[in-house]
Design a protein around this ligand. Structure first.
Ligand SMILES: *[C@@H]1O[C@H](CO)[C@@H](O)[C@H](O)[C@H]1NC(C)=O
Length: 458
């Protein structure tokens, strides 16, 4: 063998070892971490009332009066640049209209009646006073199974996102032998649920708290659906508690393993390596994926590092809070809406409904504690659990909405969800699927659970 031949042989061997090593590393499945119930409340662990208490949304006159005073203060809004809409953030010309509506047309006491149209409850779990909506189906025939379904919202959302969805899940359907009983909690630190007093309550730990909550209510086995953080948490629940979680449905199936991220980076240069031609534009939108991430993910870095600093301003100013939250309802519903004078906000939503969600943050003073979920989920301790790299063996359905922030094709999603029973490319809709497209979403939940149940019977 000549020198060239030997060199070739050595290179081929080295390359083979290298590729073998990389694929071994990429395919290694970390051990499932054992997460124990933790006391997240203030002070030392102590015995708390474990009953389930009925709860009504009923905010004190003092809080509402304080809000009115703040909204009545002379505004100090900086005018937007000429010919700019939402490209630099929430347009203050439009913000003035939102505030005017809030002050003169929006009636919180009426909204409380609406919010209380579902039964609300509270109970102490792991030291935290947690809030949840619990809706049982009415007039169900004996031969219909009633299935508990946990619904989890995300940031900057709330249980308000589920108001149109819930009846679509709790009303029996023709020729379907099951119906849902819905449990929709406010995440810890969100809205009417108490936030942690101690560091460390990240998405993985919230998964434990939510399982404990379901057990408290009386459900050892249940289905779970989520979007945004809710999607991350129900996915973790599927990984951590496959015996409790009968099935997961998500409108933000997102695979965040090393190999999927490599695919995203390499694929942004050479898309057809990983994605069929037809999906290239959605997965790597015009090759602009990373530019989009940089433009739109600043909030995430901020909240993952200094939530308490940003929280001071947002907790102090209802106008600032509305701008911060509603900007997301514009851009995340449709990023093209950044070029509209009103951010497209009333194309799909009513201002009243959007303000309900802002009010849930304002009257509970929960914006800072809500943003801490980012800091607690993006840190070394959480990454060390390696939950993103552990496949889920729980049957899962994914509804992929076209305007979702990071569209992932079925081939990526399957890497994480080994029992992916359904993957739906939705015809329209964005990040706030439950709020935007309750019918499309509920149909997908029903179909997913139908498949899971028939697979089990088979
Ligand atoms: C709200 O609370 C106030 C003061 O405690 C009480 O007078 C009022 O009846 C409550 N309203 C509702 C709808 O429960």
């Amino acid at each position: 063998m000549g020198l060239l031949g030997k060199l070739l042989l050595v290179s081929v061997t080295l390359a083979a070892v290298g590729i073998g090593y990389i694929s071994y590393t990429l395919n290694q499945v970390p051990q499932l971490p054992e997460l124990k119930s933790t006391w997240w409340g203030a002070g030392q662990r102590r015995k708390l009332d474990e009953s389930i208490r009925s709860f009504k949304v009923n905010i004190s006159d003092d809080i509402l009066h304080d809000l009115q005073i703040r909204l009545d203060l002379p505004s100090h809004l900086t005018s937007p640049l000429e010919n700019v809409n939402f490209e630099y953030g929430f347009n203050t010309n439009y913000l003035k209209k939102v505030v005017e509506f809030w002050k003169t047309k929006y009636n919180w006491r009426e909204r409380e009646v609406f919010l209380n149209s579902f039964p609300h409850f509270k109970t102490y779990v792991d030291g935290l006073d947690l809030h949840f909506i619990h809706v049982k189906p009415q007039n169900v025939d004996k031969d219909i199974d009633v299935l508990p379904l946990l619904l989890l919202h995300g940031w900057p959302g709330s249980v308000r996102e589920f108001y149109d969805l819930i009846p679509l899940l709790t009303t029996p359907r023709k020729d379907v032998n099951f119906v849902f009983e819905v449990i929709a909690p406010s995440l810890p630190g969100y809205g009417f649920s108490e936030g942690a007093s101690k560091p460390g309550l990240g998405a993985a730990q919230v998964a434990v708290v939510m399982k404990n909550l379901m057990e408290r209510i009386g459900f050892k086995k249940f289905y779970a659906h989520g979007g945004d953080w809710g999607a991350v948490i129900v996915s973790h629940m599927g990984v951590l508690f496959p015996k409790s979680v009968l099935g997961v449905h998500s409108n933000m199936c997102f695979v965040n393993s090393l190999s999927s991220n490599l695919k995203r980076v390499i694929g942004s240069l050479w898309p057809t390596l990983f994605v069929e031609e037809a999906h290239v534009d959605k997965v790597y939108p015009l090759g602009k994926h990373f530019a989009f991430v940089l433009e739109e993910m600043g909030y995430m870095h901020l909240q993952a590092t200094k939530p308490d600093t940003a929280g001071v301003a947002l907790r102090d100013s209802p106008v600032g809070l509305a701008a911060y939250i509603l900007e997301k309802f514009s851009t995340w519903t449709d990023s093209n809406w950044r070029s509209l004078p009103d951010g497209g906000l009333t194309r799909k939503y009513r201002l009243t409904d959007l303000l309900d969600n802002v009010m849930i943050y304002w009257v509970t003073g929960s914006i800072t504690t809500s943003m801490r979920l980012y800091s607690e989920s993006f840190n070394k301790a959480q990454f060390a659990l390696k939950l993103d790299s552990i496949p889920s063996l729980t049957p899962t359905g994914c509804a992929m909405f076209p305007n979702e922030l990071a569209y992932q094709p079925k081939s990526f999603v399957q890497e994480k969800y080994h029992k992916l029973v359904r993957f739906t490319d939705m015809p329209r809709g964005g990040h706030f699927a439950a709020f935007e497209e309750p019918e499309l979403l509920s149909d997908d939940v029903w179909e997913t659970v139908k498949i899971i149940r028939s697979n089990r019977d088979a």
